[in-house]
Design a protein around this ligand. Structure first.
Ligand code: RP5
Length: 175
């Protein structure tokens, strides 16, 4: 897979003001060479565009949709209402209520319309990208192997941090 190929993942956001806060989702997809498209559309400001996009997404070859929004964050839910593709909800932090508003509006879906909601804050966007990759990897062995390598590298990274911390604690104790 590569970025020039037809997109398998869509990253949608309610406003371009969301982009700086969520672009780690695309960085994760790029890291794994998963082609994606990035669009701004709003459940409230451009509802017809959202309906058209979501209801034709599967036939256009998309496999997973990440939907990010802040405040009264209904984008992921509305997208999920119009598609059978898996939808990953990404609540965007807000100045007013810190993102709790976005989180609750995204996660509290009624039964029969699932949205897999990520956390608010730094980890959420990256996890949205990685979760999309994990969904694709269910039927893609190459991607599965890349995820295994990623997990091994993560293990090594944290183990190195642990060794460094032990060293720091020993040195502190010797002072
Ligand atoms: C939401 O309203 C968007 O997802 C964004 O997080 C928030 C504010 O949008 P702007 O007023 O910055 O365009 O729909």
């Amino acid at each position: 897979m590569n970025a020039a190929a037809e997109p398998l993942v869509a990253i949608l956001m309610g406003s371009d003001s969301d982009w700086p806060k969520i672009k780690a989702a695309k960085a994760a997809l790029d890291e794994f060479d998963v082609p994606c498209e990035v669009r701004v559309m709003s459940a409230h400001r451009t509802p017809a565009t959202v309906q058209e996009y979501a209801s034709t997404a599967r036939q256009r070859g998309l496999r997973v949709i990440i939907a990010a929004a802040g405040g009264a964050a209904h984008l992921a839910g509305v997208v999920a209402a119009h598609t059978t593709l898996p939808v990953i909800g990404l609540p965007v932090p807000t100045q007013e209520l810190g993102g709790l508003d976005s989180l609750l509006s995204t996660v509290q879906m009624p039964g029969d319309v699932p949205v897999a909601t990520m956390g608010v804050g730094l980890g959420g966007p990256r996890n949205a990208g990685l979760f999309a990759i994990e969904i694709l990897a269910v039927s893609d062995e190459t991607l599965g192997a890349k995820l295994n390598a990623f997990k091994r590298a993560l293990e090594q990274k944290i183990s190195a941090k642990d060794s460094r911390l032990q060293e720091t604690i020993r040195n502190d104790g010797n002072r």
